[in-house]
Design a protein around this ligand. Structure first.
Ligand code: GLC
Length: 718
């Protein structure tokens, strides 16, 4: 398509139409104006020039909207259809925070490719994913869709999703364009409250929060979405430091940029724009090409051009970003992108896709505690499944696109399928909402637990307690669920607790009494089958935490790559030490650590060897880690390599993950895992905001946050 010629035939109003995104309900099933379009006062002519659409429930609806649109668009420019495909389209896999805990980029890619295939069949062209906001505060509801608290893990998993969504060619019928979000530091909102202000130093921003967005841009992401929050006083949507200095001047990103939902209008709410005209100017001048669902561009951009405030060349440049994306998507050749509901229905929840979802759920689950109770024997005769999630299918999480609760496998269904001859009783016992304090169901559950060979206690938070806009000040188990766990485990020690959650929960009040705790996250369509396989040993847990679990919400924000401070606590964590950095009523250390996760087998780290202990800027150090599976069954282990810079011109974290590898070992099998250290891996942002390495001593260790199995040291010489 000759895009320049196409642009040349467009009027200014038609060009501006390409910069507006409306939702599917604006387009209706024919060219009549629907409620929203009428409420905006849109004419058919204006509606005909709109460039992109958010939503579309299936291929049939999207095809219909596209057909009607092409009938009335003078320039015959197809719409791009976009939607949030965050952890599955119809076959739902674990939420991001769980899936990245698999520490398996290939598995993340497999799930993402599956979602892309399903969504493309359903008519979509672009997804508002991956979400790679670094997260450190479990009070924030959107940690559930993130890639966790570590820059390397978030970068690796964000890039894996971009490549899997987009493939080699976004015009293929099995791929989507991706949109990295939310740029930037949305996860650093004060008090863990969604949309809240972010005050952050440039050094911290660059060191911890920016790498994951950059990794997605380096992976070729086609679109970027600025975040709702103001950062250091300027909302990201109109923040020249982010949108120009970092994104364009330093990173040379030349893809499209779309606002978040009505975020341009929100500039008037933040108070940095006196009115919508000012909001339009600010967002446009800072490089926001498409306005999602607010009317600043539609009402004021042409006026700003006519007043000479914005040049038509600048509008042309913005429009070309949209037209190029449409061309890359192949929409000028096939406006329907081979959308096909029949092809989709053949894939949705197919055995193959369910297998991917179940495997992902198994590999995302994290065994947080196990006194040997797990795995249960498959020979059990009587199983009691208790708690509000015992037979709950609502475990597919808050961003599950077209996923259907009724298509999800509950724990009870999964256990029944695995143990067809066992006597299985189900006892909900209580609710999972804050105000569900009724314990009248306890007695029945306790009685059943007393007489059972194995008890599965299914507790957690409901999906709508996490996700967008859903922050919590108390991150414990809502209602009386903790009491249920403690009263059940008091009568039967052959009990295991399953946790269903969108965020790290404060589990200190059940930790001591629970013989075993398996965190399932919101596991998706196959959650019950995965839980059953893990509980009864058909699968061996291998997930690790991608985000720290606090002992108490008062520790938030809490994260593994913390600074030591000048007065660190020493000695046992629980002991208060005067005039040290700690609390009177709680230790500093979390209940569960980033990178933590148990297995049904054990791994012993035998040695770490370095081929040299002196590194220069041109060289490398080969690090060889040997470990053995010292248990009686095969298992997967994530070998995590951490670095500590022992002295530097700026304060550095007490440990930083610099590499990881996941391996499978048979019982008694040993292996050597090799890593290579080079000087760029030692670089950091110094006080002058230069990205540099400094000569000096470094410590390396394998283990997980705060738990060093084996370590060694080396020197960087310059
Ligand atoms: C929401 C979210 C964003 C999403 C967009 C479109 O407000 O912040 O993540 O992509 O709107 O649904």
């Amino acid at each position: 398509m000759d895009l320049k010629a196409l642009l040349g035939q467009m009027t200014l109003e038609e060009k501006i139409g390409q910069l507006i995104q409306l939702s599917a309900d604006f387009f209706g099933e024919s060219t009549e104006l629907t409620g929203p379009a009428q409420s905006w006062g849109l004419s058919i002519e204006e509606l005909s020039s709109i460039g992109t659409c958010i939503g579309g429930k299936n291929a049939a609806e999207i095809r219909k909207i596209q057909e009607e649109h092409l009938k009335i668009d003078r320039n015959k420019i197809p719409l791009i259809f976009m939607r949030d495909i965050i952890h599955g389209y119809r076959t739902v896999y674990p939420i991001g925070l769980g899936l990245v805990g698999s520490f398996d980029p290939e598995l993340v890619g497999e799930c993402t490719e599956m979602a892309a295939k399903e969504a493309a069949a359903g008519g979509l062209h672009l997804t508002f994913a991956p979400m790679v906001d670094l997260v450190r505060d479990a009070r924030w509801g959107r940690v559930m869709e993130s890639c966790g608290e570590d820059p390397l893990l978030a970068s690796t998993m964000g890039a894996a999703q971009v490549k899997a969504f987009q493939g080699e060619d976004i015009s293929s019928r099995d791929h989507l364009a991706a949109c990295v979000k939310h740029f930037a530091a949305y996860g650093a909102g004060e008090s863990g409250r969604d949309y809240n202000s972010v005050e952050i130093s440039e050094r911290t921003l660059r060191q911890f929060y920016l790498p994951s967005y950059k990794a997605c841009i380096d992976a070729g992401v086609k679109m970027l979405m600025p975040s709702f929050n103001d950062m250091n006083g300027i909302p990201s949507t109109a923040n020249p430091f982010l949108m120009k200095r970092i994104l364009r001047d330093e990173w040379h990103y030349d893809g499209a940029v779309i606002s978040d939902w009505a975020a341009i209008w929100e500039l008037t709410v933040h108070g940095v724009a006196a009115d919508m005209k000012e909001a339009a100017r600010l967002a446009f001048e800072n490089g926001c090409h498409i306005e999602m669902l607010s009317s600043a561009y539609y009402k004021h951009l042409a006026e700003l051009v006519r007043e000479g405030v914005i040049t038509e060349e600048a509008v042309d440049d913005a429009v070309m970003h949209v037209l190029r994306l449409k061309d890359e998507l192949g929409l000028f050749d096939d406006p329907f992108h081979q959308a096909d509901d029949a092809r989709g229905e053949a894939m949705y929840l197919s055995p193959e896709h369910r297998e991917v979802a179940r495997r992902a759920s198994e590999e995302s689950a994290v065994l947080l505690k196990n006194d040997g109770t797990l795995p249960f024997s498959e020979d059990v005769k009587k199983v009691a499944i208790v708690g509000p999630f015992a037979d709950e299918q609502a475990m597919i999480g808050p961003w599950s696109a077209l996923g259907k609760t009724e298509e999800a496998v509950s724990v009870t269904s999964g256990v029944r399928a695995l143990l067809p001859n066992a006597e299985i009783s189900v006892h909900k016992a209580c609710g999972y909402l804050f105000d569900e304090l009724d314990k009248s169901g306890f007695a029945d559950a306790i009685e059943a637990a007393k007489n059972a060979d194995a008890v599965i206690i299914c507790v957690g938070e409901p999906a709508h307690y996490s996700g967008e806009g859903n922050s919590r000040t108390d991150i414990g188990l809502p209602g009386v669920q903790a009491d249920l766990v403690n009263e059940i485990t008091a009568v039967n020690k052959n009990s295991a607790v399953l946790i269903f959650n969108g965020r790290p929960l404060a589990l200190s009040n059940i930790y001591k009494n629970a013989p075993a705790i398996l965190d399932m996250w919101f596991p998706g369509s196959e959650g019950g089958n995965a839980a059953a396989a893990l509980l009864f040993g058909r699968a061996n847990p291998c997930g690790k935490l991608a985000m720290t679990f606090p002992r108490a919400v008062g520790q938030c924000p809490i994260y593994y790559n913390r600074m030591l401070t000048g007065r660190p606590k020493k000695g046992p964590e629980e002991v208060y030490k005067p005039f040290t950095s700690g609390y009177l009523d709680c230790g500093n250390l979390p209940l569960f650590f980033f990178g933590e996760g148990l297995s049904y087998t054990t791994f012993e780290y035998n040695a770490m060897t370095l081929d040299t202990h002196e590194l220069d800027e041109k060289g490398s150090i080969k690090v060889t880690v040997s470990l053995t599976n010292t248990g009686e069954r095969a298992g997967k282990e994530v070998v995590q390599l951490y670095l500590r810079d022992k002295a530097s011109s700026a304060v550095r974290p007490i440990q930083e993950l610099i590499a990881f590898k996941k391996i499978t070992l048979e019982a008694n099998e040993s292996a050597e895992v090799c890593f290579e250290i080079t000087e760029p891996m030692l670089r950091f942002w110094n006080a002058q905001n230069e990205y540099i390495s400094e000569a000096g001593e470094f410590e390396l260790f394998v283990g997980y946050a705060d738990h060093r199995y084996i370590s060694d040291e080396f020197t960087l010489v310059k």
